[in-house]
Design a protein. Structure first.
Lengths: 528, 106
């Protein structure tokens, strides 16, 4: 007998779970099929803090958002069937799903496809060698299965995935020898690039992989510069000894089921996707799409899209009145549109933005080398020189993110109503040095600086997410934004707190003139 | 490759139950329930299979069960995606050549 459901959701990731929860809240009994052994899609390997504002769960780490979603799904009685691969979707809203060696046949009064995306590849000689892996694979190995993907890694791709995974590789104790991108500029958020750069990882923009070397597995890699004609520049080859090459070259929507069902499809910048209206309706009534399968974005937007689809489906099946749906959608669309603002908004994809919304010059060094140059940093409103301890906010691009302004108990930080505005440090309120802003910044771009805490010396408090934690009294090297040594430094404070959520506050003492330069710390390794 | 024992965000990693399995007849250990591929990588095994025609080595690529590059012969059954198949006590894991455990005679 064919089992029948109000709503069949395909994919238990952020979009699918959010839609099922929203629908269940309105009285539907949805079922969610997922091919994996665990729900949550890719959320559980995201160990970094998310961007956005409170309504987007900003400054919460991805895996904690995953936990919250699962808890909510449980609370509303959403049925999640795991190890269940949907292998067919038909126009009549029928679904075939393989569970173990059995194929089940179910019918949905509505269907939501939330299958997400898969990683792209790029080919070069040697690309099939063991040791060439997807950036997502590296995340899976480190953050879910707790092994190092490799000891020495080269990352190809400087979009947010490449940048975030490079940082996570460093956190896992791997060495990242270089970040490489064929594009002339870094594709992801500058703050993500900067936190990798100050650890000393070099960027090679306008470079590509010539070949992966090794017989049985990766033993090295050669990269070379590419000219404006995308051809390799002769004599520009560089070799690195690595055991792992990570590819972070974009994602493609997994929209095969929608195509199979006969939905109208289109080629967009976000990939091959179903033609959808803003509410997630495909060309077939009753079949909906949400999340990356309808165009690549972030998990934060996928969750909102899922909620919108959940409300629309509730209305479609008569569980939610039109006006209530409209009100809910309006609220959700506002949250969604604020995430799509700023320098990295979908309409700016591939464009070079040279001015901030405040009409300041964008740091070109940040785009080309991964860090803001010393002659550029002073132009931003978060960078001030006050007497005594104060935040220095090296937030230089308009991205949708504002937890810092709520984090400060004294109201020293202002972004205003426009979520993408650069943070401004107010000079009329006194910073108490609590460090809540430092820990709240998902981009790790806030530092507490006291230019002169004692004659000739000052302190810098920086976000520190590495193991082991340095101890008070430890001596080491202060590194600049470029990851190069600026001076010797001594650890004078080390704060950890549950409220900081693993972003520890490391305070180092450096000569006064270095307080504007020192942005990372490396302990001097003691002889064993 | 090494296991991560202390992680700055994830904290102390609790290790699960150690189980024994064989890899091409060699006795190895891993953690119960972790992907077979994880236990192999810790043991330094990178090559999971060789392609049929050109005899080229292949290993883990996507680690989430999509690409099928990491398939091996497990308990006599070929084409097992080792990156998503949980390790069990006494499993017999073998390098896959084409679709079998036998190396082709070139």
């Amino acid at each position: 007998m064919m089992k029948r459901y109000d709503l069949v959701v395909i994919g238990a990731g952020p979009a699918g779970l959010s839609a099922a929860i929203e629908a269940a809240k309105n009285g539907l009994h949805p079922v969610v099929f997922d091919e994996n052994a665990k729900p949550g899609g890719q959320l559980f390997k995201q160990i970094h803090k998310f961007f956005g504002s409170k309504e987007h769960k900003a400054k919460i780490r991805g895996f904690r958002i995953g936990d919250e979603l699962l808890e909510e799904a449980k609370q509303y009685g959403v049925e999640v069937v795991l190890n269940a691969t949907v292998i067919g979707l038909y126009q009549e809203k029928e679904v075939t799903v393989r569970v173990k060696d059995e194929v089940l046949h179910v019918k949905g009064d509505s269907i939501l496809v939330a299958t997400g995306a898969s990683e792209n590849m790029v080919t070069f000689p040697g690309w099939t060698l063991p040791g060439v892996i997807g950036a997502g694979a590296a995340q899976t190995m480190m953050n879910l299965h707790h092994i190092k993907p490799g000891n020495k890694v080269l990352m190809l791709g400087t979009g947010n995935v490449g940048l975030v995974v490079s940082y996570q590789l460093l956190q896992a104790g791997c060495e990242v020898v270089a970040l490489v991108d064929a594009a002339p500029r870094i594709g992801g958020y500058g703050v993500h690039a900067a936190k990798v750069a100050r650890c000393g990882v070099p960027y090679y923009l306008s470079h590509t992989i010539v070949k992966a070397e090794g017989k049985e597995c990766v033993e090295g890699v050669t990269i070379a510069e590419v000219g404006p004609d995308w051809k390799k520049v002769a004599g520009s080859e560089k070799h690195f000894d690595v055991d792992t090459i990570c590819l972070a070259v974009g994602l493609s929507p997994m929209s095969q089921l929608l195509k199979q069902a006969g939905c109208e499809m289109e080629d967009t910048k976000g990939g091959y996707v179903p033609k959808c209206d803003v509410k997630g309706n495909t060309s077939i009534p009753g079949i909906f799409a949400a999340g990356d399968v309808s165009g690549i974005e972030e998990a934060s937007s996928a969750m909102i899209e899922g909620r919108i689809s959940g409300a629309v489906i509730s209305n479609y099946l008569g569980y939610l009145e039109e006006d209530k749906m409209d009100a809910r959608i309006k609220e959700l669309e506002q949250a969604l549109s604020s995430l799509r603002k700023g320098m990295f908004a979908p309409e700016n994809r591939g464009k070079l933005v040279t001015k901030t919304e405040e009409d300041l010059d964008v740091s070109m060094n940040l785009l080309e080398k991964g860090y803001v140059a010393e002659d550029e940093i002073e132009r931003y409103p978060g960078v001030t020189h006050l007497v005594g301890i104060h935040p220095v906010m090296e937030c230089t691009q308009n991205i949708p993110c504002n937890p810092c302004q709520d984090a400060c108990p004294k109201g020293c930080i202002s972004i205003g109503d426009n979520i993408t505005s650069l943070p401004v440090v107010k000079t009329d309120t006194a910073c108490i040095g609590c460090g809540m802003c430092v820990a709240s910044c998902s981009g790790q771009a806030i530092f507490l600086v006291n230019e002169e805490s004692e004659p000739g010396f000052g302190t810098v408090t920086l976000p520190y997410e590495f193991y082991p934690l340095p101890k008070v009294g430890d001596l080491g090297i202060a590194m600049g934004r470029d990851g190069k040594e600026v001076c010797k430094a001594e650890v004078v404070d080390m704060k950890t707190s549950k409220a900081f959520d693993q972003t520890n506050l490391l305070t180092i003492k450096v000569p006064t003139k270095m307080t504007t330069k020192a942005r990372f710390f490396t302990a001097i390794k003691k002889e064993a | 490759m090494d296991r991560i024992k202390h992680h700055p965000v994830l904290g102390e990693i609790k290790e699960g139950k150690v189980v024994a399995f064989t890899y091409n007849g060699q006795k190895l250990e891993g953690l119960e329930g972790e992907p077979i591929a994880t236990a192999l990588r810790v043991a330094g095994v990178m090559v999971h299979r060789y392609t049929n025609k050109k005899h080229e080595p292949r290993g883990v690529f996507c680690a989430i069960g999509r690409c099928t590059d990491c398939v091996m012969v497990v308990d006599g059954k070929p084409n097992i995606r080792t990156c998503i198949t949980p390790l069990e006590e006494g499993m017999v894991v073998e390098t896959q050549y084409g679709a079998t455990t036998k190396e082709a005679q070139v």
